[in-house]
Design a protein. Structure first.
Length: 165
């Protein structure tokens, strides 16, 4: 089984702007690309797990999230880095798009996205950690049995990740 570093997206890898789906509004957190590259160099899987309730709220569609993630991969490739997998939850119980307006097991703080990634990518949760910017991220890490959930409150992500990677 493999070791992984999980990252929440908004507020950890990119600046929080509220319901981000447009490439034009995307801005990397300081040190984020370098942090991912460090994980890649150390043989750690890098996995993004992000709530995307804007899909259920009808603000954007899944394909727009996929487009943003492809943009992130292109930007990372410029520094010799990559994210191994993206998982996102399109659900929100107060949404307006019926098929996504449900209570699910993947919306953090529930651990569904992390557990799915562990199963699909052969990740050992007890040897893996998550960097998140909210209590719900840390709760999801604990519920999934990860070794640790690290609350990232700003600054340079590389400086935080190098202590754990």
């Amino acid at each position: 089984m493999r070791q992984a570093i999980f990252f929440d997206r908004d507020g950890v890898l990119n600046e929080e702007v509220g319901y981000l789906w447009e490439v034009e509004r995307f801005k990397w957190i300081d040190g984020a690309r370098e942090a991912i590259k460090l994980c890649n160099e150390r043989g750690l899987l890098t996995v993004v797990v992000t709530n995307q309730g804007g899909i259920a709220r009808g603000l954007y569609r899944a394909r727009e999230v996929d487009t943003l993630h492809a943009f992130m991969q292109r930007e990372l490739s410029e520094v010799g880095a990559h994210i191994d997998a993206f998982y996102y939850c399109p659900h929100h119980p107060e949404g307006v798009v019926e098929e996504f307006s449900i209570v699910c097991d993947c919306r953090k703080p529930k651990p569904g996205m992390i557990l799915r990634a562990c199963a699909e990518l052969d990740i050992n949760p007890a040897q893996s950690i998550l960097f998140g910017d909210s209590k719900r991220d840390i709760e999801a890490a604990a519920a999934a049995g990860l070794r640790d959930g690290i609350l990232f409150t700003g600054g340079n992500l590389f400086d935080a990740v190098k202590l754990y990677a």
